[in-house]
Structures are given as structure tokens and as C-alpha cells.
Ligand binder design. Structure first.
Ligand code: HEC
Length: 149
């Protein structure tokens, strides 16, 4: 049961103490555990649809490669971009706005960027209007993460 305290921290918004969990019977405990796992994963890569993400990525492919060591073309190579500092691809001429953004790409700021690139980071030079549907963004981010493994 060593993992429970950590789970509690991650699930801080659900008011459960270790005692609550311990006093439940085994089946309830398991149900809780998988329910919690589902909560943790929904809204992130695990719940997203990689096939759909691949289709969405076709739009990005006009300007971005995704494979390891892929070329930067109109846009920088995106392999491993989630978790990486913005403007980190060697040899790509980023805008001043991107270079000075101080961003480290994560699912949250990438979602905001891909919704409205110009509004999220004024002065950046990605000539892309943004994706309309939240699920397209969720799926494309999952695809990028998957392709970066
Ligand atoms: C028409 C070309 C074009 C399209 C289409 C495009 N991008 Fe970009 N993208 C760029 C350019 C150019 C930059 C560099 C922006 C800058 O330096 O300000 C960029 C930057 C980025 C960055 C920041 C990279 C870094 O190293 O910091 C991410 C992430 C990104 N694009 C994701 C996407 C995704 C995902 C899609 C598809 C949904 C997409 N882009 C579609 C041209 C494009």
C-alpha cells in the first residue's frame, strides 16, 4: 500500500484520506484505484485517440517533421517537443517571440498555443490559424508524444 500516499497527493482535489481508503473493502479499493487511474489519464495521452491524432497531424506535416532527427523545414522538427523548452531545435530560425518566450512545452500550454497560435504567443511566426476542436488538439498532442517515444 506504499503507493497510496502518492496517489493522495496527485488526487488532492478528491477528499480522501489514507484511512478512508484503508477502511474500504478490497473490491471498493480496487474500483477506486482504477477510477482514479482513469481520472488521471482522461484528458491526457492515455484517453486520446492516436489514429485520429495522426490524421490531425497531416495538417502539421506541411511544415513539421516528427521523426527523431527529422529535418526542420518551414517549421522546426517536433520530435520530443512535449517537455522541451520552446525554440530548442538547433539550426531552426525561430522568431524572437518564440526564443524569448521562456516556455517549456507541456500539454496545457501546447493546447493553448494550438488553439490560437497568434493570440497565445503574439509575434510568433507559425502561419497556422489553430485547431478548432479540443479533441483534435488532445489527439494530436497524444500522437506527438507517442511518436516521440
Ligand atoms: C504553415 C506551416 C505550419 C503549420 C501548418 C504548423 N506549424 Fe507549427 N510552427 C511553424 C513555424 C514556422 C514555427 C516556428 C514559430 C516561431 O519561431 O515563432 C512553428 C512552431 C511550432 C511549435 C514550437 C516548436 C518549438 O521548437 O518550440 C510547435 C509545438 C508547433 N509548431 C506545433 C504545430 C502543430 C502540432 C501543428 C499542427 C496542428 C503545426 N505546428 C502546424 C509552422 C507551422
Amino acid at each position: 500500500m506504499g503507493a497510496w500516499p502518492r496517489l493522495e497527493i496527485q488526487l488532492g482535489f478528491i477528499e480522501l484520506t489514507k484511512q478512508d481508503l484503508m477502511s474500504m473493502n478490497y473490491r471498493n479499493c480496487l474500483t477506486m484505484f482504477f477510477g482514479a487511474l482513469f481520472l488521471l489519464s482522461s484528458g491526457s495521452a492515455l484517453a486520446a485517440d492516436l489514429e485520429k491524432g495522426k490524421k490531425v497531424f497531416r495538417k502539421c506535416k506541411a511544415c513539421h517533421t516528427i521523426k527523431a532527427g527529422g529535418k526542420s523545414t518551414i517549421g522546426p522538427n517536433l520530435h520530443g517537443v512535449v517537455g522541451r523548452a520552446a525554440a530548442a531545435v538547433d539550426g531552426f530560425k525561430y522568431s524572437k517571440a518564440m526564443k524569448e518566450s521562456g516556455l517549456v512545452w507541456d500539454e496545457a500550454n501546447l493546447t493553448a498555443y494550438l488553439t490560437k497560435p497568434k493570440e497565445f504567443l503574439p509575434g510568433n511566426k507559425m502561419p497556422f490559424p489553430g485547431l478548432k476542436k479540443p479533441e483534435q488538439i488532445e489527439n494530436v498532442i497524444a500522437y506527438i508524444i507517442d511518436k516521440s517515444k
